[in-house]
Design a binder for this molecule. Structure first.
Ligand SMILES: NC(=O)C1=CN([C@@H]2O[C@H](COP(=O)(O)OP(=O)(O)OC[C@H]3O[C@@H](n4cnc5c(N)ncnc54)[C@H](OP(=O)(O)O)[C@@H]3O)[C@@H](O)[C@H]2O)C=CC1
Ligand SMILES: CC(C)(CO)C(=O)C(=O)O
Length: 292
C-alpha cells in the first residue's frame, strides 16, 4: 500500500497533486479552511476527472500523521503552514517543498526533523470554483539539497510519474532551483511591473530591459558558483519567454488579484548573493521595490 500523502495548500498545485495522487494513494487535502471534498480536474486535453477527497484543517487532522507531506502553499506561507501543523506530524514525516524561488527550501532542510525534498516543476495549473485546470504538462525534478535520501526521491518521483506528472529524481536540485529562480527573475517582475504577457518582452521597450537583467543575473550566478545551463543564460531565458509567450506569469496574476507576490523567494536570494559578493544589481533592486 502506498504511504498516505498529505497535501497542505489547496490551491492550483495542491489540487492538481491531490486529484492525480488520489488514483494511487490515500490523499488528504489540508487548508486554512476545509477544502472542497469533491474536485474536478480539467486535463490539458480537455478530459475531466472527478475525485472525492479527504479534507482537513490543521485543527481537524488526526495525530500523528505518518507519510509524505507535500507543501503547496506560496513561498511566503510555507513556514507558517508547517508550524501550524508540526504538533500533528510524526517527526520522520517526509516533506516535499513545491515552492518557486529559493528560501524556505534552505531553512526547512536545515530545521525539519525528517527528510526534506525540494521539487521544481514546469507543470501549469490554475484554480476554478469546483476544482483545477491543468493548463499544460511540464517536467518535475525532485531531490534533497545536499543529495541525501536518493531512494526516497526515486520512490516519490516514480509515484508522481505514475500519477501522470512526469517526474525525475535528481542529485542536483540545488542548481535546478537556482536556474528556475534566475529565469523567473528575468521574466516575472518585469511582466508584473508592466502588466504584460510574457511574449511582449520580445518587443521594445522591454527587450533591452530583459537583456540588462540577464547581464546582472549572469554576474550574480558566476559569483555564487552556479554553473550556467548548457545552452547559456541568454538562450535559456529567451527560450522560456518564447515557449510561454501567451502566459500571464504567476507574479502578474498575483499583482492583478491584489495578492502579495513571491518577490522575496525569487529576487531575495539574488539580491542577498549580490550583496555578499559586493556586486551592484540596480535592475533587480528596482524591480524588487516596484512589485510589492
Ligand atoms: N500554479 C502553478 O502552475 C505552479 C505553482 N508553482 C509554485 O507552487 C506554489 C503554490 O502555487 P499555487 O498553487 O499556484 O498557489 P495558490 O495561491 O493557488 O495556492 C496556495 C494555497 O495555499 C493555501 N494556504 C496558505 N496558507 C496555508 C496554511 N497555513 N495552511 C494550509 N493552506 C494554506 C492557500 O489558501 P488560502 O485560500 O487560505 O490563502 C492556497 O489555497 C508557489 O510557490 C508557486 O510559485 C510552481 C509551478 C507551477
Ligand atoms: C516561466 C514562467 C515565467 C512562465 O510564466 C513561470 O514560471 C511563472 O509564471 O511563474
Amino acid at each position: 500500500m502506498t504511504q498516505p500523502q498529505l497535501i497542505v495548500g489547496p490551491g492550483a498545485l495542491g489540487r492538481l497533486l491531490a486529484v492525480r495522487l488520489s488514483e494511487l494513494a490515500p490523499v488528504t487535502l489540508l487548508g486554512r479552511r476545509p477544502p472542497p471534498t469533491r474536485l474536478a480536474l480539467t486535463a490539458p486535453d480537455g478530459h475531466i476527472v472527478q475525485r472525492r477527497l479527504t479534507s482537513e484543517t490543521a485543527a481537524s487532522l488526526a495525530a500523528p500523521f505518518r507519510g509524505t507531506l507535500h507543501l503547496t502553499t506560496k513561498a511566503y506561507h510555507a513556514q507558517a503552514a508547517l508550524d501550524g501543523l508540526a504538533q500533528k506530524l510524526a517527526p520522520d514525516t517526509a516533506l516535499v517543498l513545491w515552492q518557486n524561488g529559493y528560501g524556505v527550501q534552505r531553512t526547512l532542510t536545515r530545521d525539519w526533523s525528517g527528510p526534506v525534498l525540494c521539487a521544481t516543476t514546469s507543470e501549469g495549473a490554475y484554480v476554478t470554483a469546483d476544482g483545477v485546470v491543468h493548463a499544460g504538462h511540464g517536467e518535475t525534478y525532485l531531490g534533497h539539497l545536499h543529495g541525501a535520501y536518493a531512494d526516497l526521491a526515486e520512490r516519490l518521483a516514480a509515484l508522481l510519474s505514475r500519477a501522470g506528472l512526469h517526474c525525475r529524481a535528481v542529485g542536483d536540485i540545488d542548481t535546478r532551483l537556482w536556474h528556475k529562480l534566475a529565469v523567473n527573475a528575468a521574466i516575472n517582475p518585469l511582466v508584473a511591473r508592466w502588466r504584460i504577457r510574457n511574449g511582449q518582452l520580445r518587443d521594445r521597450p522591454f527587450r533591452p530591459l530583459v537583456e540588462a537583467l540577464i547581464d546582472e543575473l549572469v554576474l550574480v550566478m558566476e559569483a555564487e558558483g552556479i554553473a550556467p545551463p548548457a545552452e547559456g543564460w541568454r538562450a535559456r531565458v529567451w527560450r522560456v519567454i518564447e515557449g510561454t509567450a501567451n502566459n500571464r506569469a504567476s507574479m502578474l496574476q498575483d499583482v492583478l488579484a491584489g495578492r502579495p507576490t513571491e518577490r522575496d523567494a525569487i529576487l531575495g536570494p539574488l539580491l542577498d548573493a549580490a550583496r555578499r559578493h559586493g556586486l551592484e544589481a540596480p535592475q533587480l533592486s528596482a524591480l524588487y521595490d516596484a512589485v510589492g
